[in-house]
Design a protein around this ligand. Structure first.
Ligand code: ATP
Ligand code: MG
Length: 564
Protein backbone atom coordinates (compact mmCIF):
# COMPACT_ATOMS: atom_id res chain seq x y z
CA UNK A 1 0.00 0.00 0.00
CA UNK A 2 1.07 3.59 -0.43
CA UNK A 3 2.30 6.00 2.17
CA UNK A 4 0.54 4.36 5.11
CA UNK A 5 -2.51 6.58 5.02
CA UNK A 6 -4.15 4.50 7.74
CA UNK A 7 -1.69 5.85 10.29
CA UNK A 8 -2.67 8.75 12.38
CA UNK A 9 0.94 9.43 13.27
CA UNK A 10 3.98 8.63 11.21
CA UNK A 11 6.94 7.71 13.37
CA UNK A 12 10.39 6.92 11.98
CA UNK A 13 9.60 3.23 11.63
CA UNK A 14 6.43 3.81 9.67
CA UNK A 15 8.25 6.41 7.55
CA UNK A 16 10.86 3.78 6.77
CA UNK A 17 8.21 1.25 5.82
CA UNK A 18 6.54 3.88 3.63
CA UNK A 19 9.85 4.59 1.88
CA UNK A 20 10.55 0.91 1.38
CA UNK A 21 7.06 0.50 -0.04
CA UNK A 22 7.48 3.46 -2.41
CA UNK A 23 10.83 2.06 -3.56
CA UNK A 24 9.27 -1.34 -4.23
CA UNK A 25 11.56 -3.03 -1.71
CA UNK A 26 10.34 -6.49 -0.59
CA UNK A 27 7.73 -6.37 -3.35
CA UNK A 28 5.46 -4.35 -1.10
CA UNK A 29 5.35 -7.05 1.58
CA UNK A 30 5.43 -6.13 5.26
CA UNK A 31 6.33 -9.01 7.57
CA UNK A 32 7.25 -8.30 11.18
CA UNK A 33 7.73 -10.60 14.16
CA UNK A 34 7.46 -10.55 17.92
CA UNK A 35 10.32 -12.71 19.18
CA UNK A 36 10.26 -13.29 22.95
CA UNK A 37 12.55 -15.70 24.68
CA UNK A 38 10.33 -18.03 26.76
CA UNK A 39 12.27 -17.44 29.97
CA UNK A 40 9.69 -15.43 31.89
CA UNK A 41 6.29 -13.77 31.66
CA UNK A 42 5.68 -10.79 29.40
CA UNK A 43 5.65 -7.30 30.91
CA UNK A 44 4.26 -3.93 29.87
CA UNK A 45 7.50 -3.25 27.93
CA UNK A 46 6.80 -6.26 25.77
CA UNK A 47 3.30 -4.89 25.19
CA UNK A 48 4.89 -1.93 23.45
CA UNK A 49 6.82 -4.22 21.13
CA UNK A 50 3.71 -6.34 20.52
CA UNK A 51 1.58 -3.29 19.71
CA UNK A 52 4.28 -2.03 17.35
CA UNK A 53 4.93 -5.28 15.51
CA UNK A 54 1.34 -6.48 15.24
CA UNK A 55 0.08 -2.92 14.77
CA UNK A 56 2.41 -2.21 11.85
CA UNK A 57 1.53 -5.51 10.20
CA UNK A 58 -2.18 -4.72 10.50
CA UNK A 59 -1.81 -1.18 9.16
CA UNK A 60 0.10 -2.34 6.08
CA UNK A 61 -2.00 -5.45 5.42
CA UNK A 62 1.04 -7.51 6.28
CA UNK A 63 1.57 -10.27 8.80
CA UNK A 64 3.30 -10.48 12.14
CA UNK A 65 4.91 -13.74 13.15
CA UNK A 66 4.79 -14.95 16.70
CA UNK A 67 8.22 -16.48 17.19
CA UNK A 68 9.87 -17.94 20.24
CA UNK A 69 13.60 -17.32 20.34
CA UNK A 70 14.11 -20.50 22.31
CA UNK A 71 17.83 -21.04 22.00
CA UNK A 72 18.76 -21.35 25.67
CA UNK A 73 17.51 -24.66 27.11
CA UNK A 74 18.60 -23.96 30.66
CA UNK A 75 16.33 -20.97 31.27
CA UNK A 76 13.31 -21.72 29.10
CA UNK A 77 10.12 -23.55 29.81
CA UNK A 78 6.75 -24.41 28.25
CA UNK A 79 4.99 -22.65 31.14
CA UNK A 80 6.44 -19.44 29.75
CA UNK A 81 5.50 -20.31 26.17
CA UNK A 82 1.89 -20.80 27.20
CA UNK A 83 1.65 -17.65 29.28
CA UNK A 84 3.19 -15.59 26.45
CA UNK A 85 0.69 -16.87 23.89
CA UNK A 86 -2.18 -16.19 26.28
CA UNK A 87 -0.96 -12.65 26.94
CA UNK A 88 -0.53 -11.73 23.27
CA UNK A 89 -4.01 -13.04 22.52
CA UNK A 90 -5.47 -11.18 25.47
CA UNK A 91 -3.90 -7.95 24.22
CA UNK A 92 -6.00 -8.48 21.12
CA UNK A 93 -3.52 -9.71 18.52
CA UNK A 94 -3.65 -12.69 16.24
CA UNK A 95 -0.72 -14.43 14.58
CA UNK A 96 -3.13 -16.77 12.71
CA UNK A 97 -1.00 -19.67 11.37
CA UNK A 98 2.30 -17.82 11.91
CA UNK A 99 3.52 -19.42 15.13
CA UNK A 100 7.21 -20.31 14.94
CA UNK A 101 10.06 -21.46 17.14
CA UNK A 102 13.75 -20.85 16.53
CA UNK A 103 14.24 -24.43 17.77
CA UNK A 104 12.36 -25.61 14.66
CA UNK A 105 15.27 -24.22 12.67
CA UNK A 106 18.05 -25.99 14.59
CA UNK A 107 18.80 -28.36 11.68
CA UNK A 108 18.94 -25.53 9.21
CA UNK A 109 21.00 -23.35 11.54
CA UNK A 110 23.45 -26.22 11.88
CA UNK A 111 23.70 -26.48 8.09
CA UNK A 112 24.38 -22.74 7.87
CA UNK A 113 27.15 -23.15 10.44
CA UNK A 114 28.68 -25.95 8.37
CA UNK A 115 28.55 -23.67 5.33
CA UNK A 116 30.31 -20.90 7.28
CA UNK A 117 33.08 -23.34 8.27
CA UNK A 118 33.45 -24.59 4.67
CA UNK A 119 33.85 -21.07 3.32
CA UNK A 120 36.34 -20.12 6.03
CA UNK A 121 34.01 -17.80 7.95
CA UNK A 122 33.82 -19.81 11.20
CA UNK A 123 36.18 -21.91 13.30
CA UNK A 124 36.13 -24.11 16.38
CA UNK A 125 37.94 -22.44 19.23
CA UNK A 126 39.30 -24.52 22.11
CA UNK A 127 40.16 -21.71 24.47
CA UNK A 128 38.16 -21.82 27.68
CA UNK A 129 35.66 -19.09 28.60
CA UNK A 130 38.15 -17.13 30.67
CA UNK A 131 40.79 -17.22 27.95
CA UNK A 132 38.25 -16.12 25.38
CA UNK A 133 37.42 -13.16 27.58
CA UNK A 134 41.11 -12.25 27.91
CA UNK A 135 41.73 -12.51 24.19
CA UNK A 136 38.70 -10.34 23.42
CA UNK A 137 40.39 -7.10 24.49
CA UNK A 138 38.52 -4.11 25.85
CA UNK A 139 36.72 -1.05 24.58
CA UNK A 140 40.08 0.70 24.26
CA UNK A 141 42.37 -2.21 23.33
CA UNK A 142 41.98 -4.52 20.37
CA UNK A 143 41.64 -8.24 20.97
CA UNK A 144 44.10 -10.84 19.73
CA UNK A 145 43.64 -13.90 17.60
CA UNK A 146 43.05 -17.25 19.22
CA UNK A 147 45.83 -19.79 18.54
CA UNK A 148 43.05 -22.00 17.08
CA UNK A 149 41.85 -19.38 14.64
CA UNK A 150 43.66 -20.81 11.65
CA UNK A 151 42.50 -24.39 11.87
CA UNK A 152 41.71 -25.87 8.49
CA UNK A 153 38.12 -26.20 7.33
CA UNK A 154 38.49 -30.00 7.55
CA UNK A 155 39.65 -29.90 11.13
CA UNK A 156 36.88 -27.42 12.04
CA UNK A 157 34.22 -29.57 10.37
CA UNK A 158 35.43 -32.64 12.20
CA UNK A 159 35.49 -30.87 15.57
CA UNK A 160 32.11 -29.20 15.05
CA UNK A 161 30.54 -32.53 14.14
CA UNK A 162 32.02 -34.12 17.23
CA UNK A 163 30.71 -31.22 19.34
CA UNK A 164 27.29 -32.03 17.95
CA UNK A 165 27.75 -35.74 18.69
CA UNK A 166 28.33 -34.95 22.36
CA UNK A 167 31.95 -36.01 22.44
CA UNK A 168 33.15 -32.93 24.37
CA UNK A 169 32.34 -31.42 27.72
CA UNK A 170 30.62 -28.07 28.10
CA UNK A 171 33.03 -25.16 27.81
CA UNK A 172 35.79 -27.03 26.03
CA UNK A 173 34.98 -25.84 22.51
CA UNK A 174 32.84 -23.19 20.84
CA UNK A 175 32.16 -22.31 17.24
CA UNK A 176 33.12 -18.72 16.47
CA UNK A 177 32.60 -16.42 13.52
CA UNK A 178 35.87 -15.38 11.92
CA UNK A 179 35.45 -11.64 11.58
CA UNK A 180 37.96 -9.25 13.13
CA UNK A 181 39.56 -9.39 16.58
CA UNK A 182 40.60 -5.74 16.21
CA UNK A 183 37.17 -4.40 15.33
CA UNK A 184 36.18 -1.33 17.34
CA UNK A 185 32.81 -3.09 17.75
CA UNK A 186 33.33 -5.85 20.30
CA UNK A 187 30.38 -7.75 18.88
CA UNK A 188 32.45 -8.34 15.76
CA UNK A 189 35.49 -9.77 17.56
CA UNK A 190 34.86 -13.32 16.46
CA UNK A 191 31.56 -13.73 18.30
CA UNK A 192 30.53 -17.16 19.50
CA UNK A 193 27.94 -18.83 17.25
CA UNK A 194 27.50 -22.17 19.04
CA UNK A 195 28.22 -23.50 22.49
CA UNK A 196 27.94 -26.91 24.12
CA UNK A 197 25.02 -27.23 26.58
CA UNK A 198 24.11 -30.69 27.78
CA UNK A 199 20.61 -29.76 28.78
CA UNK A 200 17.10 -30.87 27.89
CA UNK A 201 15.35 -28.41 25.62
CA UNK A 202 11.64 -27.92 26.27
CA UNK A 203 10.87 -28.71 22.63
CA UNK A 204 13.77 -30.65 21.14
CA UNK A 205 14.45 -32.77 24.22
CA UNK A 206 17.96 -34.22 24.20
CA UNK A 207 18.41 -34.14 20.42
CA UNK A 208 20.97 -31.35 20.66
CA UNK A 209 23.93 -30.72 22.89
CA UNK A 210 25.09 -27.68 20.95
CA UNK A 211 22.91 -24.57 20.87
CA UNK A 212 23.17 -21.48 18.65
CA UNK A 213 23.78 -18.08 20.21
CA UNK A 214 21.06 -15.47 20.14
CA UNK A 215 22.51 -13.07 17.55
CA UNK A 216 23.21 -15.81 15.05
CA UNK A 217 19.91 -17.63 15.56
CA UNK A 218 17.92 -14.44 15.52
CA UNK A 219 19.31 -13.05 12.26
CA UNK A 220 18.89 -16.35 10.47
CA UNK A 221 15.41 -17.01 11.87
CA UNK A 222 14.36 -13.62 10.48
CA UNK A 223 15.86 -14.61 7.13
CA UNK A 224 14.25 -18.05 7.08
CA UNK A 225 10.85 -16.47 7.75
CA UNK A 226 11.50 -13.75 5.15
CA UNK A 227 10.83 -11.03 7.70
CA UNK A 228 11.00 -7.61 6.05
CA UNK A 229 11.27 -5.30 9.05
CA UNK A 230 12.97 -6.70 12.13
CA UNK A 231 12.14 -4.20 14.88
CA UNK A 232 14.06 -4.45 18.11
CA UNK A 233 15.13 -2.35 21.05
CA UNK A 234 18.11 0.00 21.11
CA UNK A 235 20.49 -2.31 22.99
CA UNK A 236 20.75 -4.31 19.76
CA UNK A 237 22.04 -1.38 17.73
CA UNK A 238 25.66 -2.47 18.25
CA UNK A 239 24.67 -5.98 17.22
CA UNK A 240 23.28 -4.86 13.88
CA UNK A 241 26.66 -5.25 12.07
CA UNK A 242 26.75 -8.87 13.23
CA UNK A 243 23.13 -9.38 12.16
CA UNK A 244 24.06 -8.09 8.72
CA UNK A 245 27.30 -10.09 8.62
CA UNK A 246 25.45 -13.39 9.19
CA UNK A 247 23.04 -12.70 6.33
CA UNK A 248 25.69 -11.26 4.00
CA UNK A 249 28.34 -13.97 4.25
CA UNK A 250 25.75 -16.70 3.87
CA UNK A 251 24.16 -14.75 1.04
CA UNK A 252 20.63 -15.50 2.22
CA UNK A 253 17.41 -13.50 2.26
CA UNK A 254 18.19 -10.18 3.97
CA UNK A 255 15.77 -8.83 6.56
CA UNK A 256 16.47 -5.38 7.91
CA UNK A 257 16.90 -4.54 11.57
CA UNK A 258 15.68 -1.21 12.93
CA UNK A 259 15.96 -0.23 16.58
CA UNK A 260 13.58 1.76 18.76
CA UNK A 261 13.70 2.86 22.40
CA UNK A 262 12.48 0.53 25.13
CA UNK A 263 9.54 1.50 27.24
CA UNK A 264 10.55 2.41 30.78
CA UNK A 265 8.01 3.33 33.45
CA UNK A 266 8.41 5.09 36.78
CA UNK A 267 8.05 2.90 39.89
CA UNK A 268 8.58 -0.17 37.72
CA UNK A 269 11.36 -2.57 36.87
CA UNK A 270 11.17 -3.96 33.39
CA UNK A 271 13.52 -6.84 33.17
CA UNK A 272 12.46 -10.46 33.25
CA UNK A 273 15.53 -11.26 35.31
CA UNK A 274 14.55 -8.82 38.05
CA UNK A 275 10.90 -9.84 37.93
CA UNK A 276 11.89 -13.48 38.21
CA UNK A 277 13.95 -12.65 41.29
CA UNK A 278 10.83 -11.16 42.94
CA UNK A 279 8.84 -14.30 42.15
CA UNK A 280 11.52 -16.75 43.18
CA UNK A 281 12.35 -14.79 46.32
CA UNK A 282 8.71 -14.98 47.42
CA UNK A 283 8.51 -11.17 47.50
CA UNK A 284 5.32 -11.28 45.43
CA UNK A 285 2.71 -14.01 45.18
CA UNK A 286 3.70 -15.01 41.64
CA UNK A 287 4.19 -13.70 38.11
CA UNK A 288 0.52 -12.66 38.16
CA UNK A 289 0.65 -10.80 41.46
CA UNK A 290 -1.52 -7.72 40.79
CA UNK A 291 1.42 -5.47 41.75
CA UNK A 292 3.64 -6.90 39.01
CA UNK A 293 4.10 -5.02 35.71
CA UNK A 294 3.56 -8.31 33.91
CA UNK A 295 0.65 -8.57 31.49
CA UNK A 296 -0.79 -11.37 33.65
CA UNK A 297 -0.44 -9.29 36.81
CA UNK A 298 -2.06 -6.30 35.15
CA UNK A 299 -4.88 -8.48 33.86
CA UNK A 300 -5.52 -9.75 37.37
CA UNK A 301 -5.36 -6.20 38.70
CA UNK A 302 -8.14 -5.21 36.30
CA UNK A 303 -6.30 -3.51 33.43
CA UNK A 304 -8.03 -3.71 30.08
CA UNK A 305 -6.23 -4.59 26.84
CA UNK A 306 -7.76 -1.44 25.30
CA UNK A 307 -6.12 0.75 27.96
CA UNK A 308 -2.72 -0.84 27.42
CA UNK A 309 -3.01 -0.48 23.66
CA UNK A 310 -4.05 3.17 23.76
CA UNK A 311 -1.23 3.89 26.22
CA UNK A 312 1.31 2.26 23.88
CA UNK A 313 -0.08 4.29 21.02
CA UNK A 314 0.24 7.55 22.91
CA UNK A 315 3.79 6.78 24.05
CA UNK A 316 4.74 6.12 20.45
CA UNK A 317 8.10 5.14 19.04
CA UNK A 318 11.29 7.01 19.85
CA UNK A 319 14.95 6.70 19.04
CA UNK A 320 16.18 7.61 22.50
CA UNK A 321 15.43 6.08 25.88
CA UNK A 322 13.12 7.94 28.20
CA UNK A 323 11.13 7.08 31.29
CA UNK A 324 7.36 7.36 31.01
CA UNK A 325 5.20 8.29 33.99
CA UNK A 326 3.15 5.45 35.44
CA UNK A 327 0.42 8.09 35.84
CA UNK A 328 0.03 8.21 32.06
CA UNK A 329 -0.67 4.48 31.92
CA UNK A 330 -3.18 4.85 34.76
CA UNK A 331 -4.77 7.79 32.97
CA UNK A 332 -5.49 5.59 29.93
CA UNK A 333 -6.81 2.92 32.24
CA UNK A 334 -9.24 5.29 33.97
CA UNK A 335 -10.48 6.68 30.67
CA UNK A 336 -11.39 3.19 29.55
CA UNK A 337 -12.80 1.98 32.88
CA UNK A 338 -14.85 5.12 33.33
CA UNK A 339 -16.62 4.49 30.05
CA UNK A 340 -17.17 0.78 30.43
CA UNK A 341 -17.38 -0.34 34.04
CA UNK A 342 -20.67 -0.33 35.94
CA UNK A 343 -20.82 1.69 39.13
CA UNK A 344 -21.81 -0.01 42.35
CA UNK A 345 -21.80 0.80 46.05
CA UNK A 346 -19.33 -0.91 48.34
CA UNK A 347 -18.36 0.06 51.86
CA UNK A 348 -14.75 -0.78 52.54
CA UNK A 349 -14.61 0.15 56.19
CA UNK A 350 -18.17 -0.21 57.50
CA UNK A 351 -19.84 1.81 60.26
CA UNK A 352 -23.38 0.80 61.15
CA UNK A 353 -26.20 3.34 60.86
CA UNK A 354 -29.63 2.67 62.37
CA UNK A 355 -32.53 4.81 61.13
CA UNK A 356 -34.61 5.07 64.27
CA UNK A 357 -37.73 6.40 62.51
CA UNK A 358 -37.65 3.89 59.64
CA UNK A 359 -40.21 1.05 60.03
CA UNK A 360 -38.69 -2.22 61.21
CA UNK A 361 -38.85 -4.94 58.59
CA UNK A 362 -39.53 -2.51 55.73
CA UNK A 363 -37.44 -2.83 52.56
CA UNK A 364 -37.55 -0.38 49.66
CA UNK A 365 -35.70 -0.62 46.39
CA UNK A 366 -34.15 2.31 44.60
CA UNK A 367 -33.15 2.43 40.94
CA UNK A 368 -29.42 3.12 40.67
CA UNK A 369 -27.73 4.25 37.45
CA UNK A 370 -25.16 1.74 36.21
CA UNK A 371 -23.04 4.22 34.30
CA UNK A 372 -23.85 7.90 33.80
CA UNK A 373 -21.36 7.86 30.88
CA UNK A 374 -23.45 5.29 29.04
CA UNK A 375 -27.25 5.34 29.32
CA UNK A 376 -27.43 1.98 27.53
CA UNK A 377 -25.99 0.31 30.61
CA UNK A 378 -29.33 0.93 32.34
CA UNK A 379 -30.21 0.80 36.01
CA UNK A 380 -30.44 -1.78 38.77
CA UNK A 381 -32.48 -2.01 41.97
CA UNK A 382 -30.66 -1.47 45.26
CA UNK A 383 -32.39 -2.50 48.52
CA UNK A 384 -32.68 -0.08 51.43
CA UNK A 385 -33.67 -0.85 55.02
CA UNK A 386 -33.52 0.39 58.60
CA UNK A 387 -29.93 -0.72 59.21
CA UNK A 388 -27.21 0.37 56.86
CA UNK A 389 -23.45 0.57 56.57
CA UNK A 390 -21.64 3.72 55.59
CA UNK A 391 -17.92 4.35 55.29
CA UNK A 392 -16.30 4.99 58.66
CA UNK A 393 -14.35 7.88 57.10
CA UNK A 394 -17.61 9.56 56.16
CA UNK A 395 -18.36 10.33 59.80
CA UNK A 396 -16.49 12.66 62.14
CA UNK A 397 -17.58 13.41 65.62
CA UNK A 398 -15.79 16.71 65.72
CA UNK A 399 -15.39 17.74 62.11
CA UNK A 400 -13.22 20.57 60.76
CA UNK A 401 -15.11 23.28 58.91
CA UNK A 402 -14.48 21.88 55.43
CA UNK A 403 -15.83 18.43 56.25
CA UNK A 404 -19.22 18.12 54.50
CA UNK A 405 -20.08 14.56 55.36
CA UNK A 406 -21.85 13.14 58.38
CA UNK A 407 -21.35 14.53 61.92
CA UNK A 408 -23.58 14.87 65.00
CA UNK A 409 -26.56 17.06 64.10
CA UNK A 410 -25.57 17.16 60.42
CA UNK A 411 -27.72 16.14 57.48
CA UNK A 412 -26.39 14.34 54.36
CA UNK A 413 -27.89 12.58 51.37
CA UNK A 414 -27.64 8.81 51.01
CA UNK A 415 -27.17 8.31 47.30
CA UNK A 416 -30.45 7.40 45.50
CA UNK A 417 -32.25 7.06 48.87
CA UNK A 418 -32.99 9.67 51.55
CA UNK A 419 -31.64 12.57 53.54
CA UNK A 420 -30.54 11.47 56.99
CA UNK A 421 -29.49 13.37 60.12
CA UNK A 422 -27.16 12.02 62.79
CA UNK A 423 -28.82 12.15 66.22
CA UNK A 424 -26.65 10.00 68.43
CA UNK A 425 -23.29 8.25 68.56
CA UNK A 426 -23.13 4.82 70.22
CA UNK A 427 -19.84 3.69 71.72
CA UNK A 428 -18.43 0.40 72.90
CA UNK A 429 -18.54 0.59 76.69
CA UNK A 430 -15.10 -0.91 77.14
CA UNK A 431 -13.07 0.52 74.30
CA UNK A 432 -14.92 3.76 73.72
CA UNK A 433 -14.85 3.09 69.96
CA UNK A 434 -17.78 4.32 67.91
CA UNK A 435 -19.81 1.25 66.97
CA UNK A 436 -23.05 2.70 65.61
CA UNK A 437 -24.77 5.92 64.62
CA UNK A 438 -28.44 6.49 65.35
CA UNK A 439 -29.94 8.68 62.68
CA UNK A 440 -33.35 9.77 61.43
CA UNK A 441 -34.43 9.99 57.81
CA UNK A 442 -36.72 12.46 56.11
CA UNK A 443 -39.48 10.47 54.34
CA UNK A 444 -40.09 13.46 52.04
CA UNK A 445 -36.59 13.16 50.54
CA UNK A 446 -37.32 9.84 48.86
CA UNK A 447 -34.97 9.15 45.95
CA UNK A 448 -32.44 11.56 47.44
CA UNK A 449 -34.22 14.68 46.23
CA UNK A 450 -34.50 17.79 48.33
CA UNK A 451 -37.87 18.00 50.10
CA UNK A 452 -38.18 21.78 50.35
CA UNK A 453 -35.23 23.20 48.49
CA UNK A 454 -33.07 22.48 51.53
CA UNK A 455 -29.47 21.76 50.48
CA UNK A 456 -27.03 19.24 51.84
CA UNK A 457 -23.34 19.32 51.01
CA UNK A 458 -22.51 15.63 51.21
CA UNK A 459 -23.72 12.55 49.37
CA UNK A 460 -22.62 9.21 50.81
CA UNK A 461 -22.60 5.70 49.43
CA UNK A 462 -24.10 2.98 51.61
CA UNK A 463 -25.30 -0.61 51.66
CA UNK A 464 -28.26 -2.18 53.45
CA UNK A 465 -26.84 -4.25 56.32
CA UNK A 466 -29.22 -7.17 55.94
CA UNK A 467 -28.65 -7.37 52.16
CA UNK A 468 -24.95 -6.58 51.94
CA UNK A 469 -22.40 -9.25 51.11
CA UNK A 470 -19.12 -9.45 52.99
CA UNK A 471 -16.05 -9.25 50.78
CA UNK A 472 -12.30 -9.02 50.94
CA UNK A 473 -10.82 -5.99 49.21
CA UNK A 474 -7.16 -5.60 48.33
CA UNK A 475 -5.71 -2.16 47.83
CA UNK A 476 -2.45 -1.75 45.97
CA UNK A 477 0.23 0.86 45.84
CA UNK A 478 3.42 0.84 43.77
CA UNK A 479 5.60 -2.19 44.36
CA UNK A 480 8.75 -0.07 44.66
CA UNK A 481 9.38 2.79 47.02
CA UNK A 482 11.17 5.00 44.54
CA UNK A 483 10.17 6.34 41.17
CA UNK A 484 13.38 4.99 39.62
CA UNK A 485 13.91 1.61 41.28
CA UNK A 486 16.64 0.62 38.82
CA UNK A 487 18.81 3.28 40.42
CA UNK A 488 18.48 1.73 43.87
CA UNK A 489 21.37 -0.41 44.95
CA UNK A 490 21.33 -2.94 47.74
CA UNK A 491 19.03 -5.86 48.39
CA UNK A 492 15.80 -5.73 46.44
CA UNK A 493 13.71 -6.31 49.60
CA UNK A 494 14.80 -2.91 50.84
CA UNK A 495 13.71 -1.16 47.67
CA UNK A 496 10.14 -2.46 47.93
CA UNK A 497 7.27 -0.34 49.21
CA UNK A 498 6.16 -1.93 52.51
CA UNK A 499 2.63 -0.58 51.90
CA UNK A 500 2.17 -1.97 48.42
CA UNK A 501 -0.65 -4.27 49.58
CA UNK A 502 -3.40 -3.54 52.11
CA UNK A 503 -5.95 -6.27 52.71
CA UNK A 504 -9.36 -5.24 53.98
CA UNK A 505 -10.99 -8.38 55.29
CA UNK A 506 -14.48 -7.17 56.14
CA UNK A 507 -15.84 -4.88 53.48
CA UNK A 508 -19.61 -4.92 52.74
CA UNK A 509 -20.75 -4.68 49.14
CA UNK A 510 -24.16 -4.28 47.53
CA UNK A 511 -26.02 -7.52 46.76
CA UNK A 512 -25.81 -7.17 42.96
CA UNK A 513 -22.13 -8.12 43.35
CA UNK A 514 -23.11 -11.64 44.38
CA UNK A 515 -23.10 -12.41 40.69
CA UNK A 516 -19.67 -10.88 39.98
CA UNK A 517 -17.48 -13.27 38.07
CA UNK A 518 -13.71 -13.44 38.25
CA UNK A 519 -12.30 -10.66 36.08
CA UNK A 520 -15.41 -8.45 36.15
CA UNK A 521 -14.65 -4.75 36.56
CA UNK A 522 -16.56 -2.12 38.53
CA UNK A 523 -16.33 1.38 39.79
CA UNK A 524 -16.98 1.37 43.53
CA UNK A 525 -18.56 4.78 43.87
CA UNK A 526 -16.19 7.31 45.43
CA UNK A 527 -13.52 4.61 45.92
CA UNK A 528 -12.01 3.72 42.60
CA UNK A 529 -12.03 0.96 40.04
CA UNK A 530 -12.05 -2.63 41.20
CA UNK A 531 -11.88 -6.03 39.59
CA UNK A 532 -13.10 -9.35 40.91
CA UNK A 533 -10.03 -11.43 41.62
CA UNK A 534 -9.45 -14.43 39.40
CA UNK A 535 -9.54 -16.63 42.50
CA UNK A 536 -12.69 -15.01 43.86
CA UNK A 537 -15.75 -17.07 44.72
CA UNK A 538 -16.43 -20.46 46.31
CA UNK A 539 -14.67 -21.03 49.60
CA UNK A 540 -12.50 -17.95 49.02
CA UNK A 541 -15.56 -15.71 49.23
CA UNK A 542 -15.79 -12.54 47.19
CA UNK A 543 -12.41 -10.90 46.60
CA UNK A 544 -11.85 -7.60 44.81
CA UNK A 545 -8.61 -6.01 43.69
CA UNK A 546 -8.44 -2.26 43.47
CA UNK A 547 -7.27 -1.57 39.95
CA UNK A 548 -6.69 2.13 40.44
CA UNK A 549 -8.11 4.90 42.66
CA UNK A 550 -10.39 7.49 41.10
CA UNK A 551 -8.14 10.49 41.27
CA UNK A 552 -6.16 11.04 38.07
CA UNK A 553 -2.78 12.62 38.69
CA UNK A 554 -1.77 12.79 35.03
CA UNK A 555 -3.12 16.28 34.36
CA UNK A 556 -1.28 17.63 37.39
CA UNK A 557 2.00 15.99 36.33
CA UNK A 558 1.61 17.38 32.84
CA UNK A 559 0.97 20.89 34.17
CA UNK A 560 4.00 20.67 36.43
CA UNK A 561 6.15 19.56 33.52
CA UNK A 562 4.80 22.31 31.29
CA UNK A 563 5.41 24.88 34.02
CA UNK A 564 8.92 23.74 34.93
P1 ATP B 1 13.98 -8.42 29.45
O1 ATP B 1 15.14 -7.47 29.38
O2 ATP B 1 12.83 -7.93 30.23
O3 ATP B 1 14.37 -9.80 29.80
P2 ATP B 1 14.12 -9.08 26.79
O4 ATP B 1 14.39 -8.03 25.78
O5 ATP B 1 15.25 -9.94 27.16
O6 ATP B 1 13.42 -8.44 28.00
P3 ATP B 1 12.74 -10.77 25.02
O7 ATP B 1 11.92 -11.94 25.32
O8 ATP B 1 14.03 -10.96 24.33
O9 ATP B 1 12.94 -10.01 26.37
O10 ATP B 1 11.87 -9.66 24.29
C1 ATP B 1 11.04 -9.87 23.20
C2 ATP B 1 10.89 -8.58 22.46
O11 ATP B 1 10.34 -7.57 23.31
C3 ATP B 1 12.21 -8.06 21.97
O12 ATP B 1 12.07 -7.68 20.62
C4 ATP B 1 12.51 -6.90 22.85
O13 ATP B 1 13.26 -5.94 22.18
C5 ATP B 1 11.12 -6.41 23.23
N1 ATP B 1 11.14 -5.72 24.51
C6 ATP B 1 11.57 -6.20 25.69
N2 ATP B 1 11.50 -5.27 26.65
C7 ATP B 1 10.99 -4.14 26.07
C8 ATP B 1 10.67 -2.83 26.53
N3 ATP B 1 10.87 -2.47 27.80
N4 ATP B 1 10.17 -1.94 25.64
C9 ATP B 1 9.95 -2.30 24.36
N5 ATP B 1 10.23 -3.52 23.87
C10 ATP B 1 10.75 -4.44 24.70
MG1 MG C 1 16.37 -10.62 25.55
Amino acid sequence: MTSGDLNTSTDFIRSKINEDGDAGKYGGRVVTRFPPEPNGYLHIGHAKSICLNFGVAEEYSGVCHMRFDDTNPTTEDTEYVESILEDVRWLGFDWSEHLYYASDYFDQLYEYAVALIRQGDAYVDSLNAEEIREYRGTLTEPGKNSPYRDRSAEENLDLFMRMKEGEFEEGTHVLRAKIDMASPNINLRDPTLYRIRKAEHHRTGDKWVIYPMYDYAHALSDSIERITHSLCTLEFEDHRPLYNWCLDVLDVYHSEQTEFARLNLTHTVMSKRKLRALVEGGLVSGWDDPRMPTISGMRRRGYTPEAIRSFCEEVGIAKRDTVTELALLEHHLREDLNRHSPRVMAVLNPLKVVLTNYPEGQVEEFAAINNPEDAAMGTRQVPFSRELYIERDDFMEDPPSRFFRLAPGREVRLRYAYYITCDEVVRDEDTGDIVELRCSYDPDSRGGSSPDGRRVRGTLHWVSAQHAIPAEVRLYDTLFRNAHPDEDSGPVEETLNPNSLTVIGAAQVEPSLAEAKPGDRFQFERQGYFCTDLNSGGSNGLVFNRTVPLRDSWARIQNNQAGS
